[in-house]
Design a protein around this ligand. Structure first.
Ligand code: C5P
Length: 413
């Protein structure tokens, strides 16, 4: 560990936030040097941890001079004894930021491997939010192994900044660039500032589709992946809320820290929501609940070759409408609306009929957003008829903007 630099530009007294910056061995490591400065511009005190490979690309003394703190690269600093610095640092930090985050580090963090200081420190995390800024070759970025690790990390509530597109060190023009340091610093400060904004607030979120059986092996359902609802739940957790997630069947990892209630049918979802509604302060009903179910589900599998099969469908209960008489004064209810036409008109009618405080509407006829996609674009409709747009972005970013809007409404009450 190197000595503290007494002439470092920003001392703790001037700082409002404490950030650990983990630096890995990517060519974009040169931007991490500037990132220290940009974080300091935003009143962050920065302590740097480097992987051994990173320390071969840029000497730790550079980050030491910039940060004004010793740079940690090794679990066995000096004495040969393992120290507890990784725990002390976890107690100190308010944000753990990794930039650049290589494919290697994403894999280790996702799987809990702790073979150096940076990865061991990650496991010692005491609740500080984690911001990961991946940068790598475009093919590596798209590799299913990397994408799977990212899903695990996002499922844990970590924020992953999407790499930018442009010319990469390998000569390709592709996605994989580390975003500009000022943008990363902005994101870090945004996380620090909204952290705790929902501290202790009880939030109920529904997500995913429901399945309505027609016989023991077949069901009626819809294209909802659950990704939007899970992002809404993760973001609320990130902001300190106590989150219950009632979810229909999805292939997604339940966000850690949420009280997870798996359901299958619309009737089960209705029961799960009703039982928990009085307790919650905010309900975000993101689930794509089936509107119809088979009037009768067969007890045994209908054999093929029996000719045409006519199904009698009956409407399911509308969960939100059923909650209107139960709604307390302080409660805030947000519904979603997946529309293919007359977005505004339909959303406002829904707002009224279902007694909502907010409708988040998405135009599911648009290419590349909404159902099954990782991206979305939302229009928020308020009871006074006003509309606010959340432009196309990742579902994580849409969830963030949605909570910013909900928090503003709650604060204005
Ligand atoms: O009426 P529509 O299904 O378009 O309304 C969508 C909103 O209503 C969503 O928030 C959805 O979760 C909720 N909903 C419900 N019960 C249903 C169907 C939808 O609460 N049976």
């Amino acid at each position: 560990m190197a000595e503290t630099n007494p002439v470092a530009p920003s001392g703790p007294a001037a700082c409002t936030h404490r950030v650990t910056l983990g630096v890995c061995a990517g060519i974009s490591i040169y931007k991490a040097c500037d990132l220290v400065r940009r974080l300091q511009d935003r009143r962050c005190e920065v302590k740097v941890v480097m992987t051994a490979h990173a320390a071969r690309m840029v000497a730790p003394v550079t980050f030491q001079a910039l940060s004004g703190h010793p740079v940690i690269t090794d679990l066995f600093e000096g004495s040969g004894e393992p120290s507890i610095a990784h725990i002390e640092l976890a107690r100190w930090e308010e944000l753990f930021l990794v930039a650049p985050a290589t494919a290697n580090i994403l894999g280790k963090l996702a799987r809990g491997i702790a073979d150096d200081f940076l990865t061991t420190h990650y496991l010692a995390n005491r609740g500080a939010p984690v911001l990961l800024v991946p940068a790598m070759n475009g093919s590596m970025w798209r590799h299913p192994a990397v994408q799977e690790n990212l899903r695990i990390l996002e499922g844990r509530g970590h924020v992953v900044l999407q790499p930018a597109k442009g010319s990469l060190a390998c000569g390709d023009v592709d996605e994989g660039r580390l975003p500009e340091p000022a943008a990363v610093a902005n994101e870090a400060v945004a996380i620090l500032e909204r952290e705790g904004g929902l501290q202790g607030v009880k939030v109920l979120v529904t997500a995913g589709p429901t399945r309505e059986p027609v016989d023991p092996v077949r069901f009626l359902s819809n294209r909802s992946s659950g990704k939007m609802g899970y992002a809404v739940a993760r973001e609320a957790l990130q902001r300190g809320a106590k989150v219950t997630l009632v979810s229909g069947p999805t292939g997604l990892e339940p966000p850690s820290g949420a009280d997870f209630v798996p359901v299958v049918t619309a009737a089960q979802m209705a029961e799960a929501v009703r039982a928990r509604f009085r307790e919650c302060q905010v309900l975000v009903m993101c689930a794509a609940v089936a509107d119809y179910r088979a009037a009768q589900s067969l007890a045994s599998k209908r054999k093929k070759g029996k000719g045409a099969w006519q199904l009698d469908l009956e409407p399911t209960e509308d969960i939100l409408e059923g909650l209107v008489p139960l709604k307390g004064k302080g409660q805030f209810v947000c519904g979603f609306a997946a529309e293919t036409e007359d977005l505004k008109q339909n959303a406002l009618a829904k707002l009224k009929r279902k007694g909502l405080d907010l409708v988040a509407a998405n135009d599911v006829s648009r290419e590349g957003v909404g159902f099954e996609s990782d991206r979305n674009a939302l229009s928020l409709f308020w009871p006074d008829g006003s509309e606010e747009r959340i432009p196309e972005a990742s579902k994580t970013d849409c969830a963030r903007a949605l909570w910013d809007a909900i928090q503003e409404a709650l604060n204005g009450r």
